[in-house]
Design a protein around this ligand. Structure first.
Ligand code: SF4
Ligand code: SF4
Ligand code: SF4
Length: 367
């Protein structure tokens, strides 16, 4: 594995060089979410051009990178009805060669989870709208130095300096320097382009120390080990916990839209007088109509059942169906929930119900 040092002040030049090499560059930017006195600025990933202000390495992004791999809304084909016939016209999709810079480790790991859902590796069908985008995308990850109170990546086998899913990994090591690691062939191609900015070899011990210091700042720590076995026990499907904790859920879907691993979608015909587009768009298992049958029966007829599904998806269904990690501990569903429903509260309840000794409930390594 090749390592090098790069100055933090040269990140802007990285964007210049990658743009000149015909990459579309995506990076976090600080953007206003609301106008007026209640306005707040949030970090969101957007396309950046040379000279644009970005916020790589600053703060945590609200929305993550999912939309650049799995579009929020996109047409699949156009149609026009003519008598009893329907004429179908293909629509074109473009898959520009893209670098996403400043990706946090939890988000990079989520791309592997999404790939398990959309590629034929597990399900026997390749959704090329996803897989072609992933193929064309490289991730320049950036270790976190300031996890916030909702981050819990260390409870699910990751960490603020994890490199899972990374092509090129950057870690700030002080004095305005960054330790850079080439993780894949895609990363090697990027390093080649950035060659004029790279200096010598990296500083592995400073990188490890920076990672250890960031880990110490994570305050939300749970033991996720008993969850899968507890969910596999079907008697717990009717446990009192689901209704007690889940009754305050509003079903707004914010947690699913902000979650980097949530992948549910729907397809409808957007029809304008007999012609239109069949479109695919993000959906949410937290909406009451998500499982509503045409008969009127709804197997998830209460909101707590919908939340039970979401929790089970993260810690059982994802692993069972896709052999992938369902939750990367990014904390977005905690930050974004309007009623403060907290997935780690469920994790703590399960650890308690699974009789994990109290002192070990905040030790992710205790099994
Ligand atoms: S379930 Fe919550 S913490 Fe886990 S990956 Fe999704 S948004 Fe992040
Ligand atoms: S959950 Fe971990 S990797 Fe993700 S933003 Fe927080 S500290 Fe960084
Ligand atoms: S858990 Fe919170 S964010 Fe998710 S649907 Fe319920 S109220 Fe909305």
């Amino acid at each position: 594995m090749k390592t090098a040092l790069i100055n933090k002040s040269d990140i802007d030049q990285c964007i210049d060089l990658l743009s000149q090499a015909d990459y579309r560059v995506i990076a976090p930017r600080l953007q206003p979410r609301l106008d007026g006195p209640d306005g707040v600025d949030i970090h969101v990933f957007q396309e950046v051009k040379p000279g644009d202000v970005h916020s790589i390495g600053e703060g945590l992004s609200t929305t993550g990178i999912k939309e650049f791999l799995f579009a929020k809304h996109e047409p699949l084909f156009a149609y026009e009805k003519s008598g009893k016939k329907v004429n179908i016209t293909p629509v074109s999709h473009d898959f520009p060669r893209t670098v996403i810079m400043g990706v946090r480790p939890c988000d990079a790991a989520s791309s592997i989870s999404l790939n398990a859902v959309f590629s034929d590796s597990n399900v026997g069908y390749d959704d090329t709208l996803f897989t072609k985008r992933l193929e064309q995308t490289s991730f320049v990850t950036y270790s976190c130095t300031d996890p916030d109170a909702s981050c819990f990546c260390t409870s699910v086998g990751l960490g603020p300096d994890s490199d899972k899913g990374s092509d090129l990994h950057m870690t700030e090591i002080g004095d305005g320097r960054i330790h850079l690691e080439v993780k894949t062939e895609k990363g090697a191609a990027l390093a080649e382009i950035l060659g004029s900015l790279l200096q010598g070899e990296g500083d592995q011990s400073a990188r490890d120390q920076a990672g250890a210091e960031a880990q110490k700042k994570i305050s939300r720590i749970r033991n996720a080990n008993p969850i899968r076995a507890w969910l596999d026990d079907t008697t717990n499907f009717e446990d009192e916990m689901w209704q007690r904790l889940g009754e305050k859920c509003l079903g707004c879907g914010a947690c699913t839209f902000e979650c980097p691993t949530c992948h549910c979608f729907d397809m409808v015909d957007e029809d304008r007088g007999g012609k239109g587009y069949r479109v695919k768009f993000w959906d949410s298992c937290q909406f009451d109509h998500f499982t509503l049958h045409a008969s009127g029966h709804n197997p998830r007829d209460w909101q707590f059942k919908r939340y039970r599904n979401r929790f089970s998806c993260k810690f059982k269904i994802y692993e069972e169906k896709f052999e992938a990690q369902g939750c990367v501990g990014c904390g977005r569903c905690i930050r974004g929930c309007p009623v403060n429903l907290d997935i780690t509260e469920y994790m703590a309840e399960v650890a308690h119900k699974a009789a994990i000794p109290a002192a070990m409930q905040t030790d992710p390594s205790y099994e």
